[in-house]
Write a protein that binds this ligand. Structure first.
Ligand code: SF4
Ligand code: SF4
Length: 302
C-alpha cells in the first residue's frame, strides 16, 4: 500500500465543512498562489523549517547533521539546501524546537487509525474528514483508498481542492465524496497565471464537469484586495457559477489576511504582500452584493 507526504493533521477543525472535522493536509501543490497561507504545503518534498526567535544558538544541530549542511552565521543557523536530506536528525537534536521538518510519510492504515479515533466527535456534530492540502488530487491513489475506507465506516467526506488536476482523478474522487470545497480565484487566464503560476482553463473545465455529474460543491473565493476583488472579476465569477449545471453551489468569500510571514521566514523565503490588501467591511459587503446579484447564496467565512 502506498504512502503520501502529509504536512499537518488538524483535529477539531470547524471551518473545513460541516460539524467537527479532522483535516488531513497533503503536501505538494501545482499552484503558487502569492497569498498562500500555507507555503509549506507547496513543495512535494519534506522541508526543514527554522525559527530564529526560538534558536538559542547551542550548535547541537551543527554537530548532529550527518551531511554537514548546517552552519552558524549572523542570521542564526543557515542550511545548505543542496546537501540537506530533510532527515530530521537536526530537529531531534534541537533542545528548543527551533528546527522542525514539514512533511511526514503516512500510509492509509496509519491515517485511518487517526481518523477512527475521531468518530465519536463526527457522530455528535455531523462532522467527518476533510482532505486538503496542498492539492489532494496529487495523491489520488492514497486519497481514493482513504475515501473508500471512510465510506465503509459511514464517515462524511469532504475534499478541498484547487481544481487543478487530471479530470479522470477528480471524477473518480467525486464518486466517493459528499462535498467539494472548490477554490475559484481569478477568471482572467492571464491574471490567474500571473498570481498563481498556472492558467485557469483546467480548473474551470473541472468545475463544470463536477457540477455536471451532480456533485455537491461549495465555491471558496479567497478575496484579496488589489488582486481579485474588482467588480469585473467578481461578476464573471458569479455568472460562471450561476450557469453551472446541476445543483447551485454556495459561495464562501475568505478575506485575505497577512498572516503567513512567519511561515515564509521559517522556510527561508520572502513573503511579498506588496500588492495584496485585506478587504475592509465595505469591500466585503460590495463583493457579497455583486455575487448575490446573480442569485447565488454567498457568505463571508468558511
Ligand atoms: S534535516 Fe538532516 S540533512 Fe538537513 S540539516 Fe537537518 S540533519 Fe542535516
Ligand atoms: S539545535 Fe536548535 S537551538 Fe541549537 S543552534 Fe540548532 S536550531 Fe538553534
Amino acid at each position: 500500500m502506498g504512502q503520501s507526504l502529509i504536512f499537518d493533521v488538524k483535529r477539531y477543525a470547524i471551518n473545513d465543512g460541516p460539524g467537527i472535522r479532522l483535516t488531513i493536509f497533503f503536501k505538494g501543490c501545482p499552484l503558487r498562489c502569492r497569498w498562500c497561507h500555507n507555503p509549506e504545503s507547496i513543495s512535494s518534498r519534506a522541508q526543514k523549517l527554522y525559527s530564529l526567535v526560538r534558536c538559542i544558538g547551542c550548535g547541537a544541530c551543527i554537530d548532529a547533521c550527518p551531511q554537514q549542511a548546517c552552519r552558524l552565521n549572523s542570521d542564526g543557523i543557515a542550511t545548505d539546501d543542496a546537501s540537506c536530506q530533510s532527515c530530521g536528525i537536526c530537529a531531534a537534536a534541537c533542545p528548543s524546537r527551533a528546527t522542525e521538518i514539514s512533511g511526514q510519510l503516512y500510509s492509509q492504515r496509519e491515517l485511518l487509525r487517526i481518523i477512527e479515533k475521531e468518530i465519536p466527535f463526527f457522530d455528535q456534530s455531523g462532522g467527518g474528514v476533510t482532505f486538503s492540502g496542498g492539492e489532494p488530487l496529487l495523491h489520488t491513489p492514497l486519497l481514493l483508498d482513504l475515501l473508500a475506507a471512510c465510506g465503509e465506516r459511514q464517515i462524511h467526506r469532504v475534499v478541498d481542492t484547487s481544481g487543478y488536476g487530471r479530470p479522470e482523478d477528480l471524477l473518480a474522487v467525486a464518486e466517493q465524496t459528499e462535498l467539494f470545497l472548490f477554490d475559484l480565484k481569478l477568471m482572467d487566464a492571464v491574471r490567474h497565471k500571473k498570481f498563481t503560476g498556472v492558467e485557469n482553463r483546467t480548473i474551470l473545465e473541472n468545475l463544470h464537469s463536477l457540477a455536471a455529474i451532480g456533485a455537491q460543491i461549495e465555491i471558496r473565493v479567497p478575496l484579496i484586495g488589489g488582486v481579485n476583488d474588482d467588480r469585473q472579476n467578481l461578476q464573471q465569477l458569479a455568472r460562471f457559477v450561476a450557469q453551472l449545471p446541476g445543483r447551485q453551489p454556495k459561495v464562501s468569500l475568505l478575506p485575505f489576511h497577512d498572516v503567513a510571514e512567519n511561515k515564509f521566514l521559517k522556510l527561508g523565503q520572502r513573503y511579498d504582500t506588496a500588492a495584496m490588501l485585506t478587504p475592509n467591511d465595505e469591500q466585503l459587503q460590495l463583493a457579497v452584493a455583486i455575487i448575490s446579484a446573480q442569485g447565488l447564496d454567498v457568505s463571508v467565512g468558511g
